[in-house]
Unconditional design. Structure first.
Lengths: 114, 106
């Protein structure tokens, strides 16, 4: 296992299009997190799964955003009707123990909305 | 008010210097605290947890002050390779600070 992977690494899309990102966590990790990071800011929490259950969802996550983790393994994050303000790095992280910190982040998907 | 606040810096220090960053948090119920390091255009990497009694890992020392609601990170004998952005994390909804940029110069 080589760690958390994310695909695609880069995505350029036109405003109004839908995009979907994928995160493959470390296989034995039951917790999976999505974050968004813009330039000069720290990562902002979006949502959190424990196995297939979505347990927390940020108020920042508008109705255009949806995340799934159907079998408790990989997760997808979909953004519908993208806006220029959605341009950011989308980071995924996984862990086994919540209180030991998020040690394993994926490399991120950089989204550019034109 | 943001949940977690950090001085964005940059902190420009010479090699060998000692440098300290603070991070204040607003939720007194916070239980877990961490420091991360993030290099330019890379993902954050966990540097160390912050325990109530304080903890040290080589040149790095982390401390927690619950009364004043801040955590700190001290780096001794700075190396060029320490240049990065340092992010603090507070566990409630995993709130990250905006980061403090450190530039270590020869």
């Amino acid at each position: 296992d080589t760690g958390v992977s994310q695909n695609p690494r880069h995505k350029i899309t036109k405003r109004g299009q839908n995009v979907t990102f994928r995160c493959d966590p470390i296989s034995e990790h039951n917790r999976l997190y999505w974050y968004r990071q813009t330039l000069g800011q720290g990562p902002e929490f979006l949502t959190y799964f424990q196995n297939e259950a979505q347990l927390e969802k940020s108020r920042l996550l508008s109705d255009r955003f949806s995340a799934e983790r159907p079998k408790g393994s990989f997760s997808t994050l979909e953004i519908q009707r993208t806006e220029q303000g959605d341009s950011a790095m989308y980071l995924c992280a996984s862990s086994f123990f919540r209180d030991r910190g998020l040690e394993f982040f994926g490399p991120g998907t950089r989204l550019t909305v034109l | 008010r943001k949940e977690v606040e950090q001085d964005p810096g940059p902190f420009n220090v010479p090699e060998g210097a000692t440098v300290a960053f603070n991070c204040t948090y607003s939720n007194s119920a916070s239980q877990s605290f961490f420091w991360y390091r993030q290099d330019c255009r890379k993902e954050p990497k966990l540097l160390m947890s912050v325990y109530s009694s304080g903890n040290e890992d080589g040149r790095f020392t982390a401390q927690l002050n619950r009364a004043s609601q801040y955590i700190s990170l001290l780096i001794r004998d700075s190396k060029l390779s320490d240049s990065a952005t340092y992010l603090c994390v507070v566990n409630i909804e995993w709130s990250f600070g905006s980061g403090t940029k450190l530039n270590v110069k020869p």
